[in-house]
Design a protein around this ligand. Structure first.
Ligand code: GLV
Length: 381
């Protein structure tokens, strides 16, 4: 096998190994995918300042994220259906994150349940919450995250309704795959994946099936979202969620300055600047374009995290320079998982760490905390 040099090598391997409906579930944006593409493309427009003859010994990526120690300014983003990229994918990703000393965020729409992940890990992870119409279920879900020792709740606000991803419709996405010719062809063309999936019983949405009333089949994500997700969710709901949870709260899905101000006002501990990986509002700005104005507006009041389009340590560094405290890997680690399970996620984290460290050195910096807009050639005004 040729050497794996970057995240795109892992992506190519994942594309070969994972059935099309699950690979493309991750590798898709909504409708024309313009925002999905812009998330990556807009990083390329930002230029770094090269500095030389600076002592770059004793570098460190150590940081704190919402007051929690981390070995680098990276967190693993919540990703639905992770356990379909690789058996027990959520457990494998959480373990890789634990070893790398960075937070892992478990999605509400995960395959392995909160309890399963807690059972197979030894450090607290974060839990991402979608608010559904059945508030009793949501209260119980928050309680389950507390009982599992989760150390932050991440509330996602940008998916009360689902942006259409054409590939999911064409591929007949469902977990587990349905017995249709289309689905069976996709699955059987990846025999290694099929065999490996026999090693686990986690094949459907573990946080939901058997816990939410009347939900036995989540086959179509869009119809299920339309039935279950609460379209009435508004800023007032944050209060009861925060009170019921009682721990660190991160609000995800902020792309607008006014919304960032609201999130700071409702007492969140951090916001994630995100357009859901270009999977929701097609035509929205890229996350990296939206970041500077949000940092300028609320950066003194609230910790700012960044999500969207990160495929390299250079991307991470650019987001940090603009003012983010940490950057999330979503697809970047999911490709690693599909390519090689836990070792693949570790590889993705190693690649990003090494790129970030070397790039920081070439910018003439030794500590991530010292990065700033002075490291950019044309800093945002
Ligand atoms: C769910 O979070 C999705 O984007 O599919």
């Amino acid at each position: 096998m040729t050497a794996i040099c970057d995240i795109y090598d892992l992506q190519e391997l994942a594309r070969k190994r994972v059935p099309r409906m699950f690979y493309q579930y991750a590798d898709s944006g909504s409708w024309t995918q313009s925002t999905y593409r812009a998330n990556e493309e807009d990083f390329q427009k930002i230029k770094l300042r090269q500095r030389v003859a600076v002592d770059i010994t004793d570098r460190s990526l150590d940081t704190e994220i919402i007051g929690q120690q981390a070995k680098m300014p990276i967190a693993l983003a919540p990703v639905g259906l992770t356990g379909m990229q690789h058996p027990d994918g959520e457990i494998k990703a959480a373990r890789a994150a634990e070893q790398a000393g960075v937070p892992y965020t478990l999605s509400t729409m995960s395959i392995c349940s909160i309890e399963e992940v807690a059972k197979h890990t030894s450090k607290p992870f974060w839990f991402q919450l979608y608010v559904m119409r059945d508030r009793d279920f949501i209260r119980r879900l928050i309680d389950r995250a507390k009982d599992a020792g989760c150390s932050a709740l991440m509330l996602t606000l940008d998916l009360q309704i689902l942006g259409q991803r054409h590939n999911d419709v064409r591929n007949g996405l469902s977990a587990p795959p349905k017995f249709t010719i289309n689905a069976m062809m996709q699955v059987l063309s990846k025999p290694r994946w099929c065999l490996s999936m026999l090693s686990t019983r986690n094949h459907t949405f573990g946080n939901i099936v058997g816990h939410a009333k009347g939900v036995g089949d989540l086959s179509s994500l869009s119809s299920w979202t339309a039935e279950q997700f609460d379209p009435r969710l508004d800023w007032k709901d944050i209060d009861w969620i925060r009170e019921h949870w009682g721990g660190p709260l991160i609000i995800k899905g902020i792309l607008d300055v006014e919304d960032a101000k609201m999130a700071a006002k409702v007492g969140a501990d951090a916001i994630v600047v995100s357009n859901h990986g270009g999977r929701q509002l097609d035509g929205a700005d890229s996350s990296i374009n939206a970041l500077p104005a949000i940092v300028d507006a609320v950066g003194k009041d609230i910790e700012i995290h960044f999500d969207g389009g990160i495929r390299s340590g250079q991307d991470v560094l650019k987001a940090l320079c603009i003012g983010a405290k940490t950057a999330y890997l979503g697809r970047a680690y999911v490709y690693g998982l599909g390519a090689g399970g836990q070792a693949g996620v570790t590889k993705a984290l190693d690649i990003i760490r090494s790129e970030l460290d070397t790039t920081m050195a070439l910018c003439g910096e030794r500590l991530v905390g010292n990065l700033g807009r002075h490291n950019l050639l044309h800093p945002p005004a």
